[in-house]
Design a protein around this ligand. Sequence first.
Ligand code: ADP
Length: 803
Amino acid sequence: MTDTLDLPHLRGGGAMGALMRSHDWSGTALGPPQSWPLSLKTAASLILRAQQPMFIGWGPDCISLYNDGYIGILGDKHPDALGRPMAEVWGEIWDALRPLNEAVLRGESLSFENMPFQLAGRPTPGPHYFSFTYTALLDDDGEVAGIFCVATETTATVNLADNALAARAAQQALAESEERLRLATEASEIAFWDLNLRDNSLIWQPRLRTMFGITTDEALSLDDFFAGLHPDDRTRVARAFAAACDPARRELYNIEYRAVGRDDGRVRWIAAKGKGLFDAGGGCVRATGTAMDVTSRKTTELALEMALEASHTGTFHWDIQDNHLTWDDALDRLFGLRPGEAVRSLDQFIALVHTDDRAEVIRRCERCRDTGDDFEMEFRVIYPDGSVHWLYDRGRTFLDPTGRAKTMTGACVDITTYVHTREALRLADRQKDDFLATLAHELRNPLAPLRTGLHLLQNIQGSLPPPAERVLGIMQRQLDHMVRLVDDLLDIARIRQGKILLRQDALSLQLVLEQALEGVQTLLDARGHRVTMEAVDPALQVTGDATRLVQVVGNLLNNAAKYTPRGGSVTLRGGAASEPGMLLIEVADTGIGIPSDMLEHVFDRFVQVHQHIDHVQGGLGIGLSVVKDLVEMHGGRVAAESAGPGAGSLFRVWLPRAAAPLSVGPASPARAGTSERLRVLVVDDNRDAAETMAMVLELGGHEVLLAHDGAAAVALVERHDPAVVFLDIGMPGLNGYETAALLRALPGASSLLLVALTGWGSEADQARSLAAGFDLHLTKPVDIEAVRRVLAAVRPGVERACV
Ligand code: ADP
């Protein structure tokens, strides 16, 4: 041991002073303390006297010296740290310390606050915080020879601050979560309640007070709660509450009840939930829970219930995956079941369905189950008393997360009366169509002699005074108009009856338009309209029935002529539509136009624009519906446009374009032929019709025989061997078909040209007469030109079917 007398600089200094004095310094770079440079001795004596933790690192290796205050910082590195190089003492943090040391040895002074270090050998885990200064120590020659460190450990302070921060953050989080809860309860309109069962005091959030119509904030008790309940619900609530507070049952309090507002008298529906809280002894001390105003939901439910009841609607729920069916009492009644006869599965339900509808019901149920489709169907059920009832059933299918059908909820309503009414309406509609068809047909019969008679009168040239000529002209125009009306009527009836068969020919669009225009030209001219038909590409073809398409465009042109004041303009256009595969026909006029709210309806049957009554030129409101039906039967569509009253109208027709080469054009205008004198038999039970027809034929230079029934016709043919027979179909006794069969059976009848002359003009009627042995079928009132064409093509003695 070194004597303190020899070592005045190591005198005192507490434990470290003693340790430094007794330390064997000979093994260190410092050597014995007596030989230390004066500057080191001074520094050593300084730290030994100081209270604050101080440390010296001397020499190139920074040999460690420290005082008592510093022992705590070193932890279990003390006492070995004394006299050892700093790099060894602070091995675990040397990477952080070395740059500091180097900086100080270069002469810098450093200072740090709350610097964290992860120190080994400490009783508590890091980080450990220090505030310290690093200063250079000079040797006796004034050169930097070591570092001098004054350090304070601040771990406790830093941790304290951290804890305070954490506490503040926690407080903040708590406040935020409370706020979130508040917002959530506000949005969901939930209110909390808390009942102390020891004194029956009740804590209610303000919202709960509102639900009970309490406008004050006085203290409340359980009695206030019960007093606020609707008398009808009080017993039920009391029972549920008792079950929740009963230590033996401890049931969840979950109930909906009505409250009658104490101060406002309003009745509100409340949904409440809660539970009892029990003490160690098992007694219920508190009950807490939530309450929510569900008045609006209850009102809706009630309204729905009333609606279902009033409309006799039953509802069901089908758990598809478990094949479990539940339905309400109303549905029981709709299936004719008595109370207690519950249906629980799909099979039970299907067994109640009428056998004729069962397969389809099963098919649709399976489709809902397999594809998740909704259910919608009308079907019949048979009641136990055997009566048949119609039901309309609609179900919505809900899927599980894997996309499989899980449940179906639906409703069912009795539509028996509706179905019967619908059937009756359909029947009435059919009867009306039949009536219209018969009416039109019957109107044609008297028109036939009128038309033929007029034709005759017009051909008695020179013998009529001029006023009679004018009258004849008027009669001819009126008669043509009437024929058109009757034709339209017959067409609409036949379209409705599905009796129109269309040809599917490739037709020249240009020819269709030209022929339609030709048919309406007289009317257009009579009304002084300027008519323009824009050039149509002759290569464009439309697929369809020539007669019908000419009729479509003709009707549109006819309307344009009618609904355009005298001297207007009518334009007809045809070309390729922008839509691929379609052609577009346009008929535009400068007429009275169509109000926008009527544009869609003018194509409906019997619809006429009210505002046009003054302009009505006679019509039944069926021309456009014939147009629409015929165009749609061709696979096309129609549309009307107009900027409004007085702004003219534009009708558009889209039709499928024909790809095939042109095969047929519309029938070319009749070529008047001169016929040879023929012997012709006219057979018609309508004497006027027969006679006028005979007169026309005689005027044409033919020899005419008349018969008014089938038997007479057969006798005349046998005796006189006519070249042509015009034979009415609808006759009493032998009808036209039967007469035709007899005529065809006569020897030498092969050269006889047999022409059916009838009011029935449908394709089916024509087919029937050809099958019965007729060569041709003409529809009354017959067009005289057509008769002429027929006769012009006949030469006596030549085989028939050459027309
Ligand atoms: P109508 O026999 O009355 O002409 P339509 O079915 O042909 O029957 O037409 C129905 C209604 O549509 C007509 O009554 C008329 O009011 C209106 N309408 C048809 N075409 C035109 C048009 N070009 N301009 C103005 N209104 C028209």
